[in-house]
Design a binder for this molecule. Structure first.
Ligand code: AP5
Ligand code: MG
Length: 210
């Protein structure tokens, strides 16, 4: 029987395809998408206190401090639907804080290596209006620089520069990769090969979360 309300974490390094796979999941399931990187970028763009504090960490490829991120997420946990966490938790402290509020059903670890992350992210473009993700190498828009869905302008994220991508990958290995064992021990982890085509990754992921 399909469980209606699932809480799912998408875990993976930069460029693993968390946002891309989240889009596909949300086409089929009604869930609350909580992508902490997207929320933080919005705070930075709006010049909020949180955004001002977060920016220097994000620009260097470091993690924003746990306390700020956990408070930001907890404020949003009031929904009746299941949650799709994208890029959260990213440290053991964040995982413990989340477990005080939510019971997770699945943690999907999307695995790619560093050279693939650099290749993909250098070519990523994102719609400034609807957030749809493109890639000038693998998934170009029909018209250069313009979103196919909403006509919005595509932009390159500030942290998608080769040096920062490599620093983000190191941060992932140091601070987030320990969550692989953490969730494995809890019996929640499923690994998928992120270096296949997006639809193939999704097919594997779907089997894991049904
Ligand atoms: P965040 O925005 O979460 O960045 P990230 O984890 O580095 O992940 P990305 O968004 O870069 O990659 P993705 O896995 O979503 O890949 P995508 O689908 O876009 O975080 C940014 C920053 O915010 C962090 O560095 C940190 O400072 C801060 N932050 C966020 N959360 C935090 C937290 N919890 N705690 C503390 N700090 C936090 O795909 C990438 C590209 O590849 C796209 O162009 C896509 O089209 C392409 N692509 C995707 N899948 C495939 C495929 N299978 N084959 C070929 N191309 C593909
Ligand atoms: Mg993302």
């Amino acid at each position: 029987m399909v469980k209606e309300k699932l809480n799912i974490v998408l875990l993976g390094g930069p460029g693993a395809g968390k946002g891309t796979q989240a889009e596909k999941i949300l086409e089929e399931r009604s869930m609350e998408h909580l992508a902490t990187g997207d929320i933080l970028r919005d705070e930075v763009d709006r010049g909020t206190e949180l955004g001002k504090k977060a920016k220097s960490y994000m620009d260097k490829g470091d993690l924003v401090p746990d306390e700020l991120v956990v408070n930001m997420v907890k404020k949003r946990l009031e929904n009746e639907k299941g949650y799709l966490f994208d890029g959260f938790p990213r440290t053991t402290n964040q995982a413990k804080a989340l477990s005080e509020t939510i019971d997770l059903d699945h943690v999907v670890y999307i695995k790619i290596d560093k050279s693939e992350a650099v290749r993909r992210l250098s070519a990523r473009r994102v719609c400034s209006d609807c957030g749809k993700i493109y890639n000038s190498l693998f998934k170009p828009p029909n018209r250069k620089g313009i979103c196919d869905e909403c006509g919005g302008e595509l932009y390159q994220r500030d942290d998608d520069k080769a040096k920062v991508i490599r620093d983000r990958f190191e941060t992932f290995l140091d601070e987030t990769a320990p969550l692989i064992d953490y969730y494995e021990e809890k019996g929640l982890l499923v690994g998928v090969d992120g270096e296949q085509k997006p639809d193939e990754v999704y097919a594997e992921l779907q089997k894991a979360i049904c």
